[in-house]
Design a protein around this ligand. Structure first.
Ligand code: SF4
Ligand code: SF4
Length: 99
């Protein structure tokens, strides 16, 4: 496998424990994608009982499609870290701030 080394904001915490990538309220995907244009949801969310075994890894934010967020520049997240959690029935970036 080829490797890339890039700087990304970290997913510091995620309270969505039913997601396949979640263990101990941390995300262990390599990277997540946030947003569906307007809504800052976690597009990588996967509701699944078997969970990721990659517990040493902390996910980064690979891309974010929410240009209305003040942390977004050119469809990338520019803050240091984000938090993901539930807001009503949706799984969303709680670090989102409208411009
Ligand atoms: S950040 Fe998204 S992909 Fe990662 S554990 Fe939370 S809901 Fe799942
Ligand atoms: S803080 Fe803003 S730019 Fe960063 S992932 Fe969340 S919604 Fe996207």
């Amino acid at each position: 496998m080829k490797q890339v080394s890039i700087e990304m904001p970290l997913v510091a915490q995620c309270s969505v424990v039913e997601c396949a990538y979640n263990t101990d309220s941390c995300c262990h995907a390599r990277a997540i994608t946030v947003g569906s244009g307007v809504h800052p949801g976690c597009d990588t969310f996967l509701d699944s009982a078997p969970h990721s075994k990659a517990e040493q890894r902390t996910a980064g934010v690979g891309a974010c499609k929410v240009s209305a967020c003040r942390h977004n520049d050119d469809y990338e997240c520019m803050t240091d870290h984000i938090t993901i959690g539930r807001d009503s029935n949706s799984v969303r970036c709680l670090t989102y701030q409208q411009r």
